[in-house]
Design a protein around this ligand. Structure first.
Ligand code: NAP
Length: 384
């Protein structure tokens, strides 16, 4: 049964920091920028100037952006892109700010906060339900909604911060599920051709924590909505060890999207610092993917090295383990704390800015490379 369209766009409103230009230091265009002509869009949208990015990024560091605005509709997106092009200003879209790092210098363009809402069931059959969600919806709220509907497919990705539009960018994943497995398509505004396009799963070239949106088509598309096909069947083992261990300890033998969600939420709250309390961007490094020959050589020296077959003669080696072996777990480096519970996460305890974070990143990645001959890669995108 196909449900009637319920895909509504939110009206600009009250929910958070920058929607009121009087709050949080948001101001209308200031005299210095009067040469920039946003008059065509000022009537419809709030454009704010000189906004400290740390207020919008969970790592809580970095400089300011010259302009910031929120988009609530495709029309908002079109207006902003057209005006930014006229003024020759770069644009950068953020969602929840949980996977983006800002540098210390002022960003010279417009940061767009994606607030496009919507939740619609677009297809429903005996086995599956397909949903279309606005890119500005909060990811975990949508996971909760689908779990409440007893649908399976994204429940292991519970409690990941950020928005739905950000999920395909890095092909978000956790505990054995990743977005590409349920992803059908997305709608995006193509800033190169000025049109709304639909991109299929194949078009997105999903890989391990990667897609075209963070690789060769970086900053080309503004994601408007995401369509996912979820399953009515219950989740089945084998589960990741951490989940199975929790089930065993708590005598859980009936596996539902809800039991997986509850388990993952509990495990994550124990292992991962809450960004509202301890500023961080989740996993700061991607897990390493290495060739079989290198793994073989390394296992001779480090027989206990954990590794997972990627099915293409390459192996995933947990970067948290590599960092821990180098002695960094729990250490404070340039104001960044290597999380004592999970060395993949860096916590901004007292960093003076991006330069401190970069120094910590270099120290860790150089040591990992010198010890294991493995280059590790930063997971969060950089605003540039
Ligand atoms: P862990 O259990 O200590 O394991 C370390 C790494 O080994 C994980 O990152 C995971 O890779 C991989 N791994 C473990 N069991 C595996 C299996 N059966 N098959 C394939 N790979 C396996 O991991 P953790 O650091 O506590 O993280 C647990 C889960 O939460 C992971 O899936 C991780 O991705 C996710 N997580 C996500 C974020 C985020 O910011 N999005 C942050 C922290 C953790 P994968 O990462 O590929 O699953």
């Amino acid at each position: 049964m196909v449900h009637p369209a319920r895909f509504e766009l939110a009206t600009p409103g009250s929910e958070d920091q920058c929607s009121n230009p009087l709050s949080y230091g948001c101001v209308w265009l200031q005299p210095f920028y009067h040469s920039i002509n946003f008059s065509a869009i000022l009537s419809a949208m709030d454009i704010h100037t000189n906004i400290p990015l740390k207020n919008y990024l969970t790592m809580k560091l970095g400089g300011t952006t010259r302009f910031m605005t929120e988009v609530f509709s495709v029309d908002n997106v079109k207006q902003i892109v057209a005006n930014a092009r006229t003024q020759n200003l770069p644009i950068f879209v953020i969602g929840g700010g949980s996977n983006v790092i800002a540098r210390d210098e002022t960003y010279p363009g417009i940061v767009i906060r994606n607030r496009i809402k919507g939740f619609e069931i677009v297809a429903d059959d005996a086995m599956t339900t397909t949903i279309k969600v606005g890119a500005g919806e909060i990811w975990d709220e949508i996971v909760k909604k689908t779990v409440d509907m007893n649908l399976s497919g994204i429940e292991a990705m519970s409690a990941i911060p950020g928005t739905c539009g950000a999920a395909p960018v890095q092909n978000v994943g956790a505990y054995g599920q990743d977005v590409s497995e349920t992803f059908v398509s997305l709608e995006a505004y193509d800033t190169q051709n000025d049109q709304v396009v639909t991109l299929t799963n194949d078009d997105c070239h999903f890989g391990y924590r990667s897609s075209i949106f963070r690789e060769d088509q970086f900053n080309r598309y503004i994601i408007l909505s995401v369509t996912l096909q979820l399953y009515k069947a219950s989740p089945k083992p084998p589960f990741y060890k951490a989940i199975q261990d929790y089930f065993d300890t708590h005598n859980i033998t009936i596996y539902t999207p809800q039991t997986i969600r509850d388990t993952v939420t509990t495990i994550r709250s124990e292992k991962l610092p809450d960004p509202k309390v301890k500023p961080n961007s989740g996993s700061f490094f991607k897990n390493a993917i290495i060739e079989g020959w290198l793994l073989k050589e390394l296992l001779e020296t480090y027989p206990e090295m954990p590794h997972y077959d990627m099915g293409d003669k390459r192996y995933k080696v947990p970067t948290g383990w590599l960092i821990e072996q180098c002695g960094f777990k729990g250490q404070l480096l340039h104001g960044m704390r290597v999380n004592p519970a999970n060395a993949l996460v860096l916590i901004n305890e007292s960093a003076g800015g991006y330069s401190d974070l970069a120094a910590a990143r270099e120290e860790i990645s150089n040591q990992v490379r010198d010890t294991f001959r493995i280059s590790i890669e930063q997971e969060p995108l950089e605003l540039k």
